[in-house]
Design a protein around this ligand. Structure first.
Ligand code: ADP
Length: 150
C-alpha cells in the first residue's frame, strides 16, 4: 500500500526547518504532499501562489513530493488525496500543546487519519516562520533560514 502523507502548514515562508521534516518524512512515506494552507487566523506576508511556486521549483526533481495550496479542513483534504497520514514537526512544548489538540480534532473528523510527528533537528529548532517574516519585513537577510532565494 502506498503511504501518502500530507504536510500541511502556512509555510509563510517555507524554511529549512520545514525542509528537514520533508526530507526525513520521505524515509517513512512513499509520497509527501506539501499543502500550503490559507490560515484564517494569520495574514500572510509572502504571497501564497509565490510560495507554492518557490517550493515547487525547489522540489521539481523529486517525483515523491507534490505541492498544493488549500482552503478547507485538512482532514477533508486528506480524504480527497487518499492520504492516511499528516506529517507535522515539533520544536518545543508550545508546538506540542497546539499539535496535541489539533491532531485529536483531525482524527475525530477523519477516523483514518494518523498524525505523525517528527522532532526538529537541533540545528533547525530555532527557525520560526514568524521571526523570519519579521526579519524580512524590516529588510534583514533571511537567506540562511530558507532552502531557496526569495
Ligand atoms: P502552521 O501555521 O500550520 O503552524 P507552519 O508553517 O508554522 O504552519 O508550520 C508547519 C509545521 O512545521 C508545524 O508542524 C510546525 O510545528 C513545523 N515546523 C515549523 N518550523 C519548524 C522547524 N524549524 N523545525 C521543525 N518543524 C517545524
Amino acid at each position: 500500500m502506498t503511504k501518502i502523507a500530507i504536510f500541511p502548514g502556512s509555510f509563510d515562508p517555507f524554511t529549512k526547518g520545514h525542509e528537514d521534516i520533508v526530507l526525513r518524512g520521505l524515509q517513512i512515506f512513499d509520497k509527501i504532499i506539501i499543502a500550503v494552507g490559507y490560515n484564517s487566523n494569520k495574514t500572510r506576508h509572502f504571497d501564497i501562489e509565490k510560495m507554492l511556486s518557490k517550493i515547487n521549483g525547489h522540489y521539481h526533481n523529486n517525483s515523491n513530493i507534490e505541492v498544493i495550496t488549500y482552503n478547507e479542513l485538512t482532514a477533508h483534504l486528506a480524504i480527497k488525496h487518499k492520504a492516511e497520514f499528516l506529517l507535522r514537526g515539533l520544536r518545543n512544548t508550545t508546538d506540542f500543546e497546539y499539535e496535541n489538540s489539533i491532531s485529536q480534532v483531525n482524527r475525530d473528523l477523519n477516523k483514518k487519519l494518523e498524525t505523525v510527528f517528527l522532532i526538529t533537528s537541533p540545528e533547525y529548532a530555532a527557525i520560526n516562520s514568524s521571526i523570519v517574516r519579521e526579519v524580512h519585513k524590516y529588510g534583514g537577510d533571511v537567506s540562511k533560514y530558507l532552502p531557496f532565494t526569495i
